[in-house]
Design a protein. Structure first.
Length: 306
């Protein structure tokens, strides 16, 4: 069990529920070491869509998946607000709300593309003084979280018929879609509550290819488990010789000549930027991540069992 599982989390199911479901399926029949399972980005119970799970040693690649761009489709109701910025809180209509035109909304989209400062919702899992913000907010305490930088790659209107606005978003890690809808609505003189949210993709993991966790069997899980290499995107790969593999397994440094890296020109540029390569064995299985060391040598930052 060393790989990536792409699930389609349904509404009402927590990310933890999905992880627990998979852990029960792969629990060893006999006494043995349980397989680790972790997810690469929480989805609220209100949300549905792509939830990427990393199994076994692939849990050490969670941060790689988290760095991939995420695609969402968010449905908002304009002319109202809630303390949670979504429909889980009390939805309160604005008095005398004025419907913004589509032209006005499209003109405001540019304000939210690129690197922006975003204030997370008070009802979020961010910790304040060691406590979750949503726990403090539920106790009636005033929670105002500081803004932080997030990146919005693309932002489009998929549908608009007041009061319903549907947005397609591609963004980086840490972005709150309900905050994005809230701030966009404010920019056009109104307010918004997120009613639905679907994560349609994380990097190469798309909703069309995602599995239903509630109908998943162990056999299907094993058939659909993807290579951990899919979590590394365009990271250059280098096959190791038997001698190099033995050295890497023991934490020893190896020499990596450019001619032996078998990298394309594009991969070479990525190599220079990332300063990390994926080492594979003769069968193409991921065995380690390598980083540069002195004297044109490379050493493992992470080893993965065969």
């Amino acid at each position: 069990m060393f790989g990536i599982l792409n699930l389609n989390k349904p509404v009402g199911c927590t990310s933890r529920d999905a992880v627990n479901r998979v852990q029960r399926l792969i629990r060893p029949v006999k006494v043995g070491r349980p397989v680790k399972v972790g997810h690469a980005g929480t989805l609220d119970p209100l949300a549905q869509g792509v939830l990427v799970l990393c199994l076994g040693p692939a849990t050490r690649l969670i941060e790689k998946v988290q760095q991939m761009p995420k695609h969402y489709r968010g449905t908002f109701r304009l002319g109202c607000h809630s303390p949670t910025d979504d429909r889980e809180g009390e939805v309160v209509p604005l008095p005398d709300a004025t419907p913004p035109t589509r032209t006005a909304i499209e003109a405001a989209l540019g304000l939210f593309i690129g690197k922006i400062d975003q204030r997370p919702p008070a009802f979020s899992a961010i910790k304040v003084g060691g406590q979750r913000a949503y726990d403090l907010a539920r106790k009636g305490e005033m929670v105002t979280l500081p803004s932080r930088p997030v990146t919005i790659h693309t932002l489009f209107i998929s549908h608009y018929k007041y009061p319903e606005l549907v947005l397609d978003i591609e963004c980086g890690s840490g972005t709150y879609i309900r905050s994005l809808g809230r701030d966009l609505a404010k920019a056009v003189g109104t307010a918004a509550v997120m009613m639905e949210l679907t994560r349609t993709a994380i990097g190469p993991y798309t909703i069309d290819a995602a599995l239903d966790p509630q109908n998943l069997s162990r056999d299907e899980l094993e058939r659909q488990l993807q290579s951990p290499l899919t979590a590394l995107g365009n990271m250059p790969r280098m096959p190791l010789t038997a001698t190099q593999l033995a050295d890497v397994r023991h934490g020893r440094l190896i020499s990596v000549e450019p001619a032996n890296r078998q990298l394309t020109q594009d991969a070479d540029r990525h190599f220079e930027a990332s300063m990390e390569i994926a080492a594979v064995d003769a069968a193409g299985h991921l065995v380690a991540l390598l980083a540069p060391k002195p004297d044109n040598r490379w050493g493992p930052t992470r080893n993965f069992p065969l």
